[in-house]
Design a protein around this ligand. Structure first.
Ligand SMILES: NC(=O)c1ccc[n+]([C@@H]2O[C@H](COP(=O)([O-])OP(=O)(O)OC[C@H]3O[C@@H](n4cnc5c(N)ncnc54)[C@H](O)[C@@H]3O)[C@@H](O)[C@H]2O)c1
Length: 409
């Protein structure tokens, strides 16, 4: 079954040119941030903005300007001093690097609660991913229509993959069935798997697996909640965790690796893994000993501050950086003031206090209506307004809506 290719207008237009031809290795952490830049750039391009500074791009993506410049240098894109990056060119580069100049066909296995929500989410198509087939083992589900796709029996998995030239499989089955489903996907030619089942999959070399676990994300948030509001250990819970200090939970053996960071020392013990992906998209292994662990920001008094990402749903965008919160707030304040609105603070959801800049200095500016905001250096006219608007829309979280209601946003 061959479907006509449909790309988002902006990316489709970009596909004509191919400015990036390099085959250099791009670090995984950079790859993880490229989709963030792509989303920002797409918004800018759709709004008719031609250039963007690294400062503006960084603020919108939730990373530092230095990180933006470094990331983009891996693509051979250096921008122009005083001008910034050409939005069109950069969009081309990133789309090409991510392989988004062609549509990717996806098969989803396990059309239960989660599978339904994912299959019904329209945002994947807009980003170049078509769920071309839905497969389930339950005869009662077979024949059901979800969006434009009809659920097929799992017996047809191999045939579906061959028919639709599927290269990406999404597993939404119970954990017990996931490995077997994975094996079948791989045997049928699928080389990339997105696994939602709470189990570790074993795959041969050449097959990539990404795991999504929202419960893990909640647990990480819980970790920070516990640090913000340390509570006394529950009495009478033998074997349960005890508190060795403010927010530092250790197991009965005193050696829980994920929670053994001293609250104020702000240093990851050498050799211990991070509890989650680093704020800048690096994997745990990339955070050198001595650097602030994922989910933490340096600050006085052991404070931790978290900013929910622009779409409220992405792991990579859960960026615990005080300066990002402040920057976004400032931009939203400025834009909403221009628009004559009076309640800009609603546009930023912030978990935890924001008291300091990353350098540990008192914050020069807090967002209050009527307060002047600092100018953003090198920002082309319209870019900030566009991005602030995007962030406001993003807070509604199309993906989250899809998950909650199974609807298409
Ligand atoms: N990663 C996350 O953040 C996250 C969030 C929610 C649920 N989950 C996981 O996603 C999975 C699905 O959760 P759910 O609530 O949708 O469950 P569900 O029971 O509603 O749906 C599971 C579906 O898989 C089908 N299935 C079972 N075995 C199969 C097989 N061998 N081949 C094909 N289909 C098969 C079932 O018929 C059912 O339709 C579970 O493993 C759950 O733990 C993960």
């Amino acid at each position: 079954m061959s479907q006509p290719r449909r790309r988002p207008a902006v990316i489709r237009r970009r596909a004509r040119s191919e400015p990036h031809s390099g085959r250099s290795v791009v670090p995984e952490a950079t790859v993880a941030r490229l989709p963030l830049y792509l989303r920002v750039l797409t918004t800018l391009a759709e709004g008719g903005v031609h250039t963007v500074s690294s400062d503006t791009l960084a603020a919108a993506a939730g990373v530092t300007p230095a990180k933006v410049r470094k990331d983009l240098s891996h693509l051979g894109s250096y921008g122009t001093r005083g001008v910034g990056y050409e939005v069109d060119v950069l969009l081309d580069c990133i789309a090409a690097k991510l392989g988004l100049t062609e549509d990717r066909s996806v098969v989803l296995v396990g059309v239960g609660n989660l599978g339904h929500a994912l299959a019904g989410y329209g945002g994947f198509h807009a980003r170049g991913f078509r769920i071309v087939a839905l497969v389930d083992a339950d005869p009662d589900r077979v024949g059901e229509r979800v969006g434009a796709v009809i659920v097929r029996p799992v017996d047809e998995l191999e045939r579906v993959i061959a028919e639709c030239t599927v290269t990406i499989g999404v597993i939404c089955t119970p954990a017990a069935a996931a490995q077997q489903v994975c094996d079948r996907l791989v045997a049928a030619g699928v080389t990339s798997i997105l696994n939602f089942a709470p189990t570790v999959l074993s795959v041969p070399e050449g097959v990539d697996v990404r795991k999504v676990d929202l419960a893990v994300e909640l647990q990480i948030l819980s970790f920070h909640e516990a640090r913000k509001r340390p509570s006394a250990p529950r009495e009478g819970s033998p074997g349960g965790p005890t508190l060795a200090g403010p927010g530092v939970a250790v197991g009965p053996d005193g050696a829980s690796p994920h929670s053994a960071w001293p609250d104020r020392a702000r240093q990851a013990p050498p050799g211990l893994p991070s509890v989650g992906p680093a704020a800048d998209g690096r994997s745990a292994g990339e955070v050198p000993a001595g650097e602030v662990p994922a989910g933490e920001v340096p600050g006085r008094g052991g404070e931790t501050s978290l900013a929910v990402g622009a779409d409220g749903a992405s792991t990579d965008e859960l960026t615990p950086r005080t300066d990002r919160v402040r920057t976004e707030t400032d931009e939203v304040v400025r834009v909403t003031r221009q628009a004559g609105q009076t309640r800009p603070a609603q546009a930023v959801r912030q978990v935890g206090p924001v008291r300091e800049s990353r350098a540990g200095q008192p914050a020069p500016h807090r967002a209050h209506v009527g307060e002047p905001s600092p100018p953003t250096r090198g920002t082309p006219p319209g870019a900030d307004a566009l991005l602030a608007g995007d962030r406001r829309r993003g807070l509604a979280g199309g993906f989250a809506q899809g998950l909650a209601g199974g609807g298409v946003s």
